[in-house]
Design a protein around this ligand. Structure first.
Ligand code: FAD
Ligand code: SF4
Ligand code: SF4
Length: 482
């Protein structure tokens, strides 16, 4: 690989930490935990980049952000250029800079990571994104009206990206969203303290106003209209309905009062404005002793939201507890490292190598506890991770009045009802070509979690972008494929 020779001093320096809200304070509120770089810090961190000629960091980014180029512009103080370079590949940098799993994507491939710490690419991206939110240096440009109509189903990152790219090409785009508000998981799943809703809303409103995209909320495709009805009124349809159907464990007590999915809990906190306490007296039950099962980002978000509601309502030393129950060890935790560290700092209790075998209840069918068994790690399984094996006779009980399941999700089948020709895999995901998003049904494309199963914001955006390019090609062809 031809890179500039290492500048020993620069490569040895540590990346600049980002200021955060102190843990004792932040558990009492839903304000953002990470506070972002100052201009001085961003320029200093940008100076650590070696400006590699063959930058490996770019190969780790699902949408190929031109990383050294935007960092160079930022380091030179040319923010307008930095935004332009960023936006040529990524329309939502303020969002991706906050929630992208950078540590396993772009930053994992940064050459500086071999000897010291990688450049803080995500933090720099966030800085550029936040600058653009305030200054809007790059208006979204739209080509002249093509007369073509596209329906986008779902307003998460996949649907939004697809809609914006198609509207820029001059097609008329209508987004159909089942909930009363647009944004998908960015709004109803990821909590305010990680991704402020004002940022997501600002991006959506800007796109809608600049490009004339119509958003029809409260429209459940599969109920309000069928897919075939949409096809009769539009030239093509993009499905970006995500994977919102939660999985539950098949164990005794799973139907007791007080057991819920993390998606349901987070949707109540986010959509019913539970995060705005004490101004909203929202009926989100948190309980005093909560057990969250699972250790992905969703589990961390549920546990940390729960803690904030408990502490915010009852005070710091309320005696309330939130446990995370995980059947593997700390090393295998699938959540972002930053989320794990933040959860630990905030006082979430981790029960590693522990698996629930039953949920305990009282005579009124209310949860009273979780029966668990200790686990040990055996040989690697199909996923390459060491398989957890139960230790016979090691059962024990954890007191709990609320159990939140965060065990993964699959696509909700509603949208597929009454639609012939749209093939799905056994796990419920839609069959679609990875490069183009084309499904097995003519004039229907799909992308994001509905195709991959639960994945990431940036992979959903990448899929929305690829599908938009293919739909545009289809719409502008003289002889269409059908
Ligand atoms: P979604 O964001 O799920 O959007 C789908 C939209 O379609 C929703 O608005 C839904 O209401 C709508 N819809 C569904 N069915 C219908 C229908 N029949 N008719 C009309 N509309 C419909 N990823 C990261 O990269 N980093 C993170 O830190 C991270 N944290 C996460 C935390 C939580 C709590 C969750 C749940 C997920 C997290 N993810 C994270 C994953 C990421 O959010 C998803 O991979 C991404 O949002 C998928 O985008 P999407 O557009 O495919 O679907
Ligand atoms: Fe890294 Fe995500 Fe930005 Fe790509 S979009 S450069 S993976 S933070
Ligand atoms: Fe090289 Fe890392 Fe800079 Fe990318 S971010 S150009 S890999 S030093």
């Amino acid at each position: 690989m031809s890179t500039k020779p290492y500048d020993r001093d620069r490569s040895k320096t540590k990346r600049l930490e980002m200021p955060v809200q102190e843990s004792a304070l932040r558990i009492m509120n839903f304000d953002e935990v990470a506070l972002g770089y100052t201009t001085e810090m961003a320029v200093k961190e940008a100076g650590r980049c070696l400006q590699c000629k063959e930058p490996q960091c770019v190969t780790g980014c699902p949408v190929g952000v031109l990383i050294p180029q935007f960092i160079k512009a930022l380091g030179e103080g040319d923010m307008t250029r930095a935004v332009g370079i960023m936006k040529s590949r990524n329309n939502l940098p303020a969002i991706c800079g906050r929630v992208c799993p950078q540590e396993i994507q772009c930053e994992a491939r940064c050459v500086l990571g071999k000897k010291a710490e990688p450049v803080a690419i995500g933090r720099l991206e966030r800085f550029v994104g936040d600058f653009e939110l305030l200054s809007r240096t790059h208006p979204l440009e739209q080509k002249k009206d093509t007369g073509m109509k596209v329906a986008v189903v779902g307003s998460g990152p996949a649907g939004l990206t697809c809609a914006v790219d198609l509207a820029k090409e001059g097609h008329m785009v209508v987004i159909f969203e089942s909930l009363h508000t647009a944004g998908g998981v960015l709004v109803y799943g990821i909590p305010e303290f990680r991704l402020p809703k004002a940022i997501v809303n600002s991006e959506i409103n800007y796109a809608v106003e600049s490009l004339g995209i119509a958003i029809r909320t409260d429209h459940v495709i599969g109920r309000t209209y069928t897919l075939d009805e949409l096809l009769s009124e539009h030239d093509s349809v993009f499905l970006g309905t995500g994977a919102g159907l939660p999985s539950f464990m098949d164990i005794p007590g799973i139907n007791l009062n007080g057991v819920m999915s993390a998606n349901e809990f987070l949707a109540r906190v986010n959509l019913m404005k539970g995060y705005l306490f004490p101004d909203y007296d929202t009926p989100v039950k948190t309980g005093k002793k909560v057990a969250v099962v699972g250790a992905g980002n969703v589990a961390m978000d549920a546990a940390r939201s729960c803690l904030r509601l408990q502490k915010g309502r009852s005070g710091r030393d309320s005696g309330n507890k939130v446990h995370i129950i995980y059947r593997r060890s700390r090393d295998e935790v699938p959540a972002r490292r930053e989320e794990l560290l933040h959860a630990e700092e905030e006082g979430i209790i981790f029960d590693f190598l522990t698996n629930p075998v039953g949920i305990l209840g009282d005579s009124g069918s209310n949860v009273t506890g979780l029966r668990c068994i200790r686990m040990k790690l055996g040989e690697p399984d199909n996923s390459g991770r060491r398989k957890p094996v139960p230790l016979k006779g090691s059962e024990f009980d954890i007191a709990a009045d609320t159990v939140i399941m965060a065990l993964g999700t699959s696509p909700n089948p509603l949208v597929f009802f009454d639609s012939k020709g749209l093939n799905r895999n056994l796990n419920g995901t839609v069959m679609a070509d990875h490069e183009t998003g084309r499904t097995t049904k003519t004039r229907v494309w799909a992308g994001g979690d509905i195709v991959t199963g639960a994945a990431t914001v940036i992979s959903a955006m990448g899929a929305g972008k690829r599908a938009a390019a293919d739909i545009h090609k289809f719409l502008t062809l003289d002889n269409r494929w059908d």
